[in-house]
Every structure is written in C-alpha cells, then in structure tokens.
Design a protein around this ligand. Sequence first.
Ligand code: UD1
Ligand code: CA
Length: 464
Amino acid sequence: MDATAIILAAGEGTRMKSNHAKVSHKILGKPMIEWVVDAAVAGGCNRIIVVVGSHADEVRAIVEGSRSASVARVECVEQTERLGTGHAVKVALEACAITEGPVVVLNGDLPLIQGETIRLFAESVADGAYAATIFTTTPPDPFGYGRVQLGADGTVERVIEQKDCTAEQAATLLECNAGCYAFDGAALAEHIDEIGCDNAQHEYYLPDMVEILKRAGKGVSIFHCDDYTEGLGINSRAQLAQLTAVARDRINERFMAEGVTFIEPTLAWISPDAQIGRDTVIWPLTIMEGACVIGEGCSVGPNTRLTHVRCGNGCSLDETVAIDAVLENDISCGPRAYLRPGTHVLDGAHVGTHVEIKKSTIGEGSKVPHLSYIGDTTMGAGVNIGAGSITCNYDGVNKNPTTIGDNTFIGSDTMMVAPVNIGSNAVTGASSCITKDVPDGALAIERSEQRIIAGYSERKRARK
Ligand code: UD1
Ligand code: CA
C-alpha cells in the first residue's frame, strides 16, 4: 500500500493547561505524537506529513528526531492559523501537492491506535470502493467526540460535533468519530475547499467531508473498531493518565504472554519500544524508557528506572537508575546504583550500594561494592574497589581519565586524582590520595604515620 498519512498536531491543546504542545506530552516516556507517527509507519504509510502550529518548533524537533524519521519519509508543514481540522488537512494537501492515492488522516492526540489496525482500515479506500472511511468506536463515555449519524440502512450520513449536538443527539448517537480517516486523495483534494465554518466553534471541521462527499455522489463507509481503547483521544491531563494506564496494561500483558513475570503489572511502566527476554522478573516501581533491551533471566526492580539501557542475561538490577548504559551478562547492580551515560559493565561485574558510574568501563568480574564515584575510567578485569574510593576526574576545568589494570586492589577511601594510571596487580593503601602513576605489581600508599598517645582518655577525664 502506497499511502500518505497526514497527522494533525497544530492545535492549542488548551484543555491540557500546559506551556508545552499537547502532543509533546509523554506516555510511558514517549511523546504522544511519536506514538501516532510510529503507528502510521507500522500501518504501511510511507510518507508522513505532520501539521504543526502551536509550539511548532517543539513538535518539529520531536518528529524529526524520532526513530520513525530515520526509517520513513517524515516531514512537517506549518499551519500558521488554527482554523480547524479541515483547514489543517487543506494546508497539508497544498504544501505537499497531494492530489491522489490513499490518504490516512490521524489526529495527533490519538496515541493508542495500532499500526495493524491502520493497515486494515486504509485498505478500505485503496480498492476504490469508497472515497472515505471513518474510523469509529463506541467508548463507555462518548462525551467530547463527534457523533456519527447513521441512516436507516446503516450507512453513515454525517458527523455532528459534541458542541453542535442537540441534547437528544448527544444522548442517543453513541458511535464516535475517533479522529482517524482514510480518503481517496483525489476526492479529498477535489472537495476540501467545500468545508465551511458555520458551526458552534466557527471552525473548518474535517468530519464535514462525510456529507460533502456524499453530496457529490461518492461512497463513504465506517470502520468500526471493537476495541474502543484504540480510538481514545487525549484532551486533558485526566485522559493522559487514563491512556497511560491502558498503554501500560497492553504492553505488560504482551510481555507476560511472552514469558516475562510481573510481580504487580499495574506498578511497572515499560516503554512501547522496550524488549525483555523470557524468565525476567519485573518488580514493582520499575520504569523503562526508550528502546531498552533486557535479556533473559534478569531481575529488574524494585524502584528502578532504566532509560535506553542494554542489558544481557542473568542480571540483577535492584533500586538502580541507569541512563544510556550497557550491561553485559550476570551483573548485579544496587541497591541504589546510578549508572550514567557511557557506562559499560562487563560480564560478572558488581556495582553495589550508593555507587555512581559515568562514562567508564568496569571490567569482567570487577567489583565496585560501596559508596564510590567512578568517572572517565577504564578498569580491567578482577579489580576490587574498596569502599568510599573515588576517581577525582574533574579538576574544575577538564574531565581527566583514570586507568586501572587487571586484578588491582584499590584500598578503601582511595582518591585517584586523574589523569592517573594504576597498573595491574597493584595495591593502594586505604585512605591514600593517588596523584602519581602506580606501576604494575606495586603498592602505593600515601598517608601520614599513625601516632599513639597512651593514656589519653584517662587524663582527659581527670581534667574535667
Ligand atoms: C476531533 C473531531 C471529533 C472527534 C475527535 C476525536 C473535528 C472537528 N472533530 O475533535 O469529531 O470525535 O477529534 O478525538 O475534527 N488540529 C490542528 N489544527 C487545527 C485544529 C486541530 O492541527 O486547526 C489538531 C489538534 O492538534 C489535534 C487534532 O487536530 O491533534 C484534533 O483536534 P482537537 O481540537 O483535539 O479536536 P476534538 O475536539 O478532539
Ligand atoms: Ca482531540
């Protein structure tokens, strides 16, 4: 199918009461507009046009930086005046000179529609039987949706916006316009100028195309989707929270079907772009953002947030926050570990309690068990970092590197003042401040001699 998608994302989103574009608000860590763009791409649309307007730069940056933009033709056009959804589509058609082919129009606030559904739906106009098909659902609460009026023969007659409905229409017309349409591009381009704005909101309503096309003698059908959640739109923060819960359940149910255990599936928020291997256990209060890849047989959480993390098999991440980090296999982390961008932990390593690591490699089987900061460091295999040891990587101007060779033992509370190289099989004495390179196999110790002052306590008491 050679379809174009037009995604409407120029609106003010007034009901969100936000300083940001409505479609920039995130669901499971991913901006709403990206969900829609991804669904359009998954649904077989090979050209995506996003209509931006309110907070245009913010929306454009999200769209252009999305993963979809690297696999499909994704472009933005600007609707400078927000005159309604019909006007937004006209702007897109004119800017991109679209005059034919299937055109799928999607509201930018329709994040839960699935690619496969779009594909089925768009085929309804691809064969030429209809000039337009409108995607409908019957949500439990139809308030706010345009209502689809069906004729006695069951065919669609028109869509009446909530604000234009009589009380009786609002109460009896339960078939809702989800804000997703498939058009024959030629019919759409030919008739788009006929949309007027004689309505409650004085806007150009895209759904008015139903009546216009019918008047022109063209066929219009509805595509009813039984799963009303696919048609849920977001206009308010309450709806944002409701849809987040629906998305979370949908994703967690899929992972459970694939062999992932959730201790409490309502308390784990997993990105739609994450992958999790079988027999991994997800503990409560786990959040995964972005394209996390977690292997098999891992234990993740509780209280863990992973952002763009890749993790092999058999790892345990307990109360861990990790961002742009790579963990190989059989690694244990936490409780209370903070792995910042550029962290690479090799097989069998251990990162313990109150440990922060940045832009560093922790070698195979090495251990950083307690209260350490390791930054800009390349660490070999079998290293042990004593409690409280720190790489002093920042001199106030530059970040400097530290290297630590294989099987080296760093005594507790060692300060490694970078740039510094510590060889392999070396040892540092506890509480040493290491400012010079340490050769292989050497002991480096930097601390003053201990003094013993005998009888001190007794004399102190006597003075009192
Ligand atoms: C719209 C539909 C309604 C449908 C509902 C589904 C119209 C007139 N009504 O109502 O029938 O049931 O969606 O959720 O289409 N936008 C622009 N430019 C504009 C105006 C809006 O790009 O000038 C964009 C918005 O950013 C939004 C989308 O179009 O993503 C829908 O606009 P919104 O104001 O949310 O429409 P609804 O009132 O929800
Ligand atoms: Ca809406």
